[in-house]
Write a protein that binds this ligand. Structure first.
Ligand code: SER
Length: 603
């Protein structure tokens, strides 16, 4: 069974159990200044896990591409990746353990036909004031899982939140105990030094975690304690790459159909074999796949935030290609894009290749000088590693690996200190970005959200209907708005747009939220990406006098009589006057045919 069949079976299985398939979120979350990447399927569902009513219902399913930058150093074994696809199903205060665990068991054993004797489960043993999960234990037992296949772990292994165990959860974060399923490989290549002591959560490679049912029921409070949420949720996630490896009993996920074509081309380019060079080829295959999808989502290499992560992925892969064969042309990395996309039935229109090649050309100019410099350094430390970064663009991981080969370790903290000292992280980024990835719903951010809608419509009014949002990013200090437009805006046009937005703010227009189907929204010329494939209802915000979101007259069909009508998850202010006044501070190109505007609320 290949990955595509597994994905289809999963979605179908849960749709048959009353779930609605929802569109996956973008890899780089829009309008969420608190986090760099989408790293789990639940991330875009936080407001609904907290109790807000979801437009399509209480049972949801999807397949979510995820990126976990924090795992970059784990890559290079049979199962770790930075980029992966997570099959997810959710109960938003609907069903709970006694439905979820039997369903996932049925899916694994009947649909995927994983042999029962190869499956192990783990259950929460209690901790941080939350009691042992005896209910899940009983459910697993009743499903026929023998007791010696059921393992109890504490908060470090059987508790899930985006930040880890309860102690690590920031105030406002949600999480709960979980129950995981593991697959035991028959052809064991695991590290036998663990011997008898080996257990499902052991790192030796014999077991692979293939699914996690999180029972999200708790919220971290100011006083450090956990408060029960008003509803009990299920958040299940299973890595498609891992499930594919388990179903085919291939041990190494990089041997699954999702990677095999990439690995083959790495072998051809470098003239080396996978078996002897697994670690390096696993890293390259993972990183190029991640880079491909990040670029497809609009990220370009840069020296900060998401762009810097992308740069690290590409440069690290390039150095590894050179390791495998010192004559490898750096731009040959872009040959790996096509096989990364083909398994998804996708194609590159040339844009991804262009971005990768340009970055490789930039890196090529400094790589050889940098390597010469490296050979001159007798003893590496954090400061020198930072110099290599600053002067030659060597990502930390690259320097670390180069020196590890010489038997030297770098003090990462020292590197980080240098990095922070020299790089002007904007105040917002440092204050807001890393606090744990909660969507910022503060008053100022809410104002910016509504401003974005007004700006979008004003740009279309001034420049024409070919203007379409390509991305946006909001912090508490400014908004950034990317849109399709072929040329630089003139100063007059910028002024016109700014005046128009301010006029709409002054008119103190009301802001309405309605739940519409894609068909209804389209009929009224609402803007936004309506994913026809999912056909589900979504929330649409109307700003203006807007007589109705139920169009009867011709006037109402033009955006229901609203000035702006746009698909969006919110949050928004109740009337535009609350925004105050805005100023456009910058207009620039970010790539061919895409412009970027920065604007601030100034009053
Ligand atoms: N959110 C959980 C995880 O990432 C389950 O989906 O493991």
């Amino acid at each position: 069974m290949d990955s595509k069949q597994i994905r289809e079976k999963y979605i179908k299985f849960f749709v048959n159990k009353g779930h609605k398939e929802i569109a996956p979120a973008k890899l780089v979350p829009e309008n969420d200044p608190s986090t760099l990447f989408t790293s789990s399927g639940m991330q875009s569902l936080v407001p609904y896990l907290l109790g807000q009513v979801h437009p399509v219902g209480k049972r949801l399913v999807n397949s979510q591409p995820c990126f976990r930058a924090e795992d970059i150093e784990e890559v290079g074994d049979n199962r770790h990746t930075t980029f992966f696809e997570m099959l997810g199903n959710w109960s938003l205060g609907d069903y709970f353990k006694k439905e979820q665990l039997p369903w996932i068991w049925e899916f694994f054993t009947k649909e995927l036909k994983l042999p029962e004797e190869r499956l192990y489960v783990s259950v929460f043993k209690g901790g941080n004031g939350v009691s042992k999960d005896g209910e899940s234990f009983e459910i697993w037992k009743n499903l026929g899982v023998p007791e010696d296949h059921i393992f109890f772990y504490g908060v470090d292994k059987n508790w899930w939140s985006r930040s880890g165990s309860p102690d690590k959860m920031p105030v406002g974060e949600i999480g709960g105990p979980d129950s995981e399923v593991f697959y035991e490989f028959t052809k064991v290549e695991h590290d036998t030094k663990y011997g008898e002591k080996c257990h499902p959560n052991c790192n030796c490679g014999r077991f692979l975690e293939i699914g996690n049912s999180v029972f999200i029921q708790y919220l971290k409070q100011e006083d450090g304690t956990l408060k029960k949420l008003s509803q009990k949720n299920v958040d299940f996630g299973g890595g498609l790459e891992r499930l594919t490896a388990a179903v085919n009993n291939t041990f190494d996920i990089f041997q699954s159909d999702l990677y095999v074509a990439i690995i083959r081309i790495i072998e051809t380019i470098t003239g080396k074999g996978y078996q002897e060079n697994k670690n390096e080829m696993q890293v390259i295959a993972d990183h190029i796949r991640a880079a491909t999808f990040l670029i497809a989502d609009g990220i370009i290499p840069a020296n900060k935030l998401q762009g810097y992560v992308l740069r690290r992925l590409l440069r690290r892969s390039a150095v590894k290609m050179r390791h495998l064969n010192k004559d490898t042309k750096l731009t040959s990395l872009s040959e790996l894009i096509e096989p990364a996309l083909t398994v998804y039935g996708k194609e590159d229109d040339g844009m991804i290749q262009k971005v990768v090649n340009e970055e490789m050309e930039r890196f090529f100019k400094t790589l050889d000088y940098g390597l010469k410099e490296v050979s001159k350094i007798e003893k590496i430390d954090g400061r020198k590693a930072f110099d290599l970064y600053q002067t030659f663009g060597f990502p930390y991981e690259v320097t670390e690996e180069l020196f590890r080969q010489k038997g030297q370790e770098i003090d990462r903290e020292q590197f980080k200190t240098e990095f922070e000292k020299h790089r002007e992280l904007s105040r917002t980024a440092s204050a807001g970005m890393f606090k744990g990835g909660l969507a910022d719903q503060s008053e100022i951010v809410t104002k910016y959200h509504t401003t974005t809608h007004l700006l979008h419509q004003a740009l279309r009014d001034v420049l024409g209907p070919e203007v379409f949002q390509k991305g946006s990013n909001i912090t508490s200090e400014r908004l950034r708005f990317d849109f399709s437009f072929e040329r630089k805006m003139t100063d007059e046009e910028i002024k016109k747009v700014e005046d128009l937005v301010n006029e709409k703010i002054k008119q103190d227009l009301k802001v309405d939220r309605k739940i519409l189907s894609p068909g209804e929204a389209k009929k009224m010329n609402a803007i936004g990406l309506f994913d026809e494939k999912y056909g589900t209802k979504a929330s649409v915000y109307g700003i203006g006098p807007g007589s109705s979101l139920d169009p009867k007259t011709k006037d109402q069909r033009i955006r229901g009589g609203y000035y702006s009508l746009e698909l969006c998850g919110g949050p928004h202010v109740e009337h535009s006057g609350l925004i105050g006044k805005i100023k456009i501070t910058k207009e620039e190109a970010i790539s061919a045919g895409i412009r970027r505007i920065r604007a601030q609320i100034v009053a």
